[in-house]
Design a protein around this ligand. Structure first.
Ligand code: HXC
Length: 264
């Protein structure tokens, strides 16, 4: 297993929490963090030592920021080619996170700006504390979002709102982020991580085969015509009838008891 210097891992009850740990720089993403995020996705992927996780929580250390963006100091002297490669490194990591089989929840408590918001958007959804602030401030630096923000933000909140956020570079608070559909839920800042873990535990209790199947179909269907997406759904739905969990779930309902899913 690779050694990680900028990320920490915590595993309990099927929930793995990955924390970006550069609090003195508000968890800004330099090359090393990006490489380690990619390596974290390998640990959580099908061949990794953390593949058994039911749910992943992605968060930032220090209580002030999720991630305040790509590391501006690291970018100051880059050439055009280095800028492109720096962007590609982030894309590689974020694509790997997005492609993980299990749900990934971004737990944002504080600033999620620029590359930080882009990282959060590569998760399945975002939970925010009331103290959170979101934005794509890259135009203030003379650049544009470079880790998928132009694409993922527009898909998530619609092109018009994405354009407004990206062109103005303005920050929005958690309530506004909830209103526009950028975050799935807002929780009080006090006890935020406990609230997120409770939601993660609820998902972990569900049948992993059904949850991962739903994730696969939702993600694969986002960029294809709806008829093809619906066909993928029919195939995935049918496939689940070959699982023990499907029989257990339906039997438990009919027998008026809680299901005991085994992921088989
Ligand atoms: C490098 C950063 C940083 C960043 C904060 N820091 N954000 N360093 N890159 N993105 C560092 C500061 O330099 C400072 O270090 C320390 O973290 C604390 O930050 P302060 O600015 O002192 O804190 P505060 O005054 O509370 O302001 C918080 C803030 C502000 C509003 C979040 O830090 C800020 O505006 N940060 C930049 C946000 C941003 O523009 N993000 C987009 C980056 S571009 P020292 O050593 O001085 O104590 C991007 C492109 C993605 O993300 C695509 C790339 C391919």
């Amino acid at each position: 297993m690779a050694d990680f210097e900028t990320l920490t891992f915590e595993s309990a009850d099927g929930i793995v929490t990955v924390t970006v740990n550069r609090p003195q720089k508000l968890n800004a993403l330099n090359e090393q963090v990006q490489r380690e995020l990619w390596a974290a996705a390998q640990r959580l992927g099908p061949d990794g030592d953390l593949a058994g996780a039911a749910v992943v929580i992605l968060t930032g250390a220090g209580g002030k920021a999720f991630v305040a963006g790509a590391d501006i100091k690291a970018m100051i002297d880059m050439t055009a080619i280095q800028g492109r490669d720096f962007s590609a490194l982030g894309h590689r990591a974020f694509d790997a996170i997005e492609a993980l089989p299990m749900p990934v929840i971004a737990a944002v408590d504080g600033f999620a700006l620029g590359g930080g918001l882009e990282l959060a958007m590569s998760a399945d959804f975002i939970y925010a504390s009331q103290a959170s602030r979101f934005g794509q401030p890259e135009v203030n630096l003379g650049v544009i979002p470079g880790y998928g923000g132009t694409q993922r933000l527009a898909r998530l909140v619609g092109p018009a709102k994405a354009r407004e956020l990206i062109y103005t570079g303005e920050m929005i608070d958690a309530a506004e982020a909830l209103r526009i559909g950028l975050v799935a839920q807002v929780f009080p800042t006090e006890g935020f991580m406990a609230a997120v873990r409770e939601r993660a535990a609820l998902i972990a209790k569900r049948g992993a085969l059904a949850v991962t199947s739903a994730k696969r179909v939702i993600n694969a269907g986002l960029d294809v015509p709806i008829e093809r997406g619906c066909e993928m759904e029919r195939q995935a739905f049918g496939l689940l009838f070959g699982t023990e969990d499907r029989r257990e779930g339906m039997s438990a309902f009919l027998e008026r008891r809680d299901p005991q899913f085994k992921g088989r």
